[in-house]
Write a protein that binds this ligand. Structure first.
Ligand SMILES: Cc1ncc(COP(=O)(O)O)c(C=O)c1O
Length: 386
C-alpha cells in the first residue's frame, strides 16, 4: 500500500496517514517500538533513529497522522497537553508579551501566570471573541496570540480567520488550542492560524487511557525549535501512549459525529429544564456566536456547560448523578461531568473566574457515546433530587 497523501478525505487519513505496514512483518498496525536506543551501523550512520527522546517510529507515526488531519506538515508530540503548551511558550524570549483568550483552560492560565511570568514572559488574558479588545491589547512587545475556541468551559467561539488576519498585519504568531473541536470539526491552519495545539488526552485518544499533547504547524522555524525542545527538555510522548492515541484517531470521525448529535439533543433538553439557569452550547441559536460556530465548525462538538444557580445546587446535583461520572477531563467514550470552579478552573483567582462567567453553579458535561436517552434519564433523576 502506498503512503496516503493529503488528497485523501478526513476519515481515510484518520485511519491511514503516517502509517505503513511494518517493513519487517507486514503487520497492519504500527508496532509499539519499546526501545530507548537504536543500533548504529558505523559512526555517523544509522537508520534515522538514534535515541527515543529524539524520535521513535511509533511517535513518528502519530505525529504524521495528526499533522495530516490538521492539514499541517509537522507534528511534535509531548507527554501531556501542558508539556506541549509549555514548549509553545518557550518559542518566546524574556520580555515578550502574549495575549491569551481569557476563557482558556485553567492550566494554560496557571502556566502563564504562576510559572512563566517568573521567567520574564508577560501574559494578558483578553476576550478574544471581541476583535477590538484584542487590537487594543496589542503592545510593542506582543509576539504571540494564543486562542482557544470553543473555550473551556463557557464555550465561547473566536473567529479564527479574523484573528489570523489581524496577527499577520501585526506580525504576531498565532496559536489555537483545538482540543475541544478536534481537526474533524475545525482546522485552524486552513484559516491562517500558524500553530495548533491539542491535549491528546481528550478526543484524539478518545478512551481516557493515556495523557499526551501535540503541536502541529507549517512554520519551519517553529518546527525546528520545537523539535530541538523535544530533545533538549525531554517532555516527549512515550511509544505506548503514542500507539494508544494512534488507535484512537482511527475512529475520530465517527466518534465526533455521535458526540455532536448527542450533545445537541442534550443541550436542547437542558434549555427546557426549569432548574437550569443558562446553557452554554454553540449549537443553540441563542449562543452569542452561533452563526460563527456554524461557519467555522462542522458540528458543535460534545461539550456543554450549564448553570444551576449556586454552589449548593451544583453540589447536590453532582452527588446524585449515577451514569455520568464526576471526574476531570473530557472527550472519552464515557460521559464525564465536572464542576469547573472546584476542579479544572480552581487555579484561576475567584475575581477572574467571575469576570469570565465561570460561576459557582456552573457544571460542565462531556457527552459520551452512551445511548443519549440514558444520559438524559440520569440528568433528569439528578435534577429531580434537588
Ligand atoms: C483545552 C485544554 N487544553 C489543554 C489541556 C491540558 O492537557 P493535559 O491535561 O493533557 O495536560 C486541557 C486539559 O484539560 C484542556 O482542556
Amino acid at each position: 500500500m502506498k503512503s496516503p497523501g493529503n488528497t485523501l478525505r478526513f476519515s481515510t487519513k484518520a485511519i491511514h496517514a503516517g502509517q505503513k505496514p511494518d517493513p519487517l512483518s507486514g503487520a497492519v498496525m504500527t508496532p509499539v517500538y519499546l526501545t530507548s536506543t537504536y543500533v548504529q551501523d558505523e559512526l555517523g550512520k544509522n537508520k534515522g533513529y538514534e535515541y527515543s527522546r529524539v524520535n521513535n517510529p511509533t511517535r513518528d507515526a502519530l505525529e504524521a497522522n495528526i499533522a495530516a488531519l490538521e492539514n499541517g506538515r509537522h507534528g511534535m508530540a509531548f507527554g501531556s497537553g501542558m508539556a506541549a503548551i509549555d514548549a509553545i511558550f518557550r518559542l518566546l524570549k524574556p520580555g515578550d508579551h502574549v495575549i491569551v483568550s481569557d476563557n482558556v483552560y485553567g492550566g494554560t492560565y496557571r502556566i502563564g501566570k504562576f510559572v512563566l511570568e517568573d521567567y520574564g514572559l508577560q501574559f494578558d488574558f483578553v476576550n478574544t471573541t471581541k476583535l477590538d479588545l484584542v487590537k487594543k491589547s496589542i503592545k510593542k512587545n506582543t509576539r504571540m496570540l494564543f486562542i482557544e475556541t470553543p473555550t473551556n468551559p463557557t464555550m465561547e467561539i473566536t473567529d479564527l480567520s479574523a484573528i489570523a488576519r489581524l496577527a499577520k498585519q501585526r506580525k504576531l504568531i498565532t496559536i489555537c488550542d483545538n482540543t475541544f473541536a478536534t481537526p474533524y470539526l475545525q482546522r485552524p491552519i486552513e484559516h491562517g492560524i500558524d500553530v495548533v495545539v491539542h491535549s491528546l488526552t481528550k478526543y484524539l485518544n478518545g478512551h481516557s487511557d493515556m495523557l499526551g499533547g501535540i503541536v502541529v504547524t507549517n512554520n519551519e522555524k517553529a518546527t525546528e525549535r520545537l523539535r530541538f525542545l523535544q530533545k533538549a527538555t525531554g517532555g516527549i510522548l512515550s511509544p505506548f501512549d503514542a500507539w494508544l492515541c494512534l488507535r484512537g484517531t482511527k475512529t475520530l470521525a465517527v466518534r465526533m459525529e455521535r458526540h455532536g448529535t448527542s450533545a445537541m439533543h442534550i443541550a436542547q433538553w437542558l434549555t427546557q429544564q426549569e432548574k437550569i439557569h443558562k446553557v452554554h452550547y454553540p449549537g443553540l441559536s441563542t449562543h452569542p456566536q452561533y452563526k460563527l460556530a456554524r461557519r467555522q465548525m462542522k458540528n458543535f462538538g460534545g461539550m456543554i456547560s450549564f448553570d444551576l444557580g449556586s454552589l449548593a445546587a451544583a453540589r447536590k446535583f453532582l452527588k446524585r448523578v449515577r451514569l455520568c461520572a464526576l471526574a476531570e477531563s473530557l472527550g472519552g467514550v464515557e460521559t464525564l461531568i465536572s464542576h469547573p470552579v472546584t476542579m479544572t478552573h480552581a487555579s484561576i483567582p475567584a475575581a477572574q473566574r467571575r469576570k469570565i462567567g465561570v460561576t459557582d453553579g456552573l457544571v460542565r458535561i462531556s457527552v459520551g457515546l452512551e445511548d443519549v436517552d440514558d444520559i438524559i434519564d440520569d440528568l433528569e433523576q439528578a435534577l429531580r433530587g434537588r
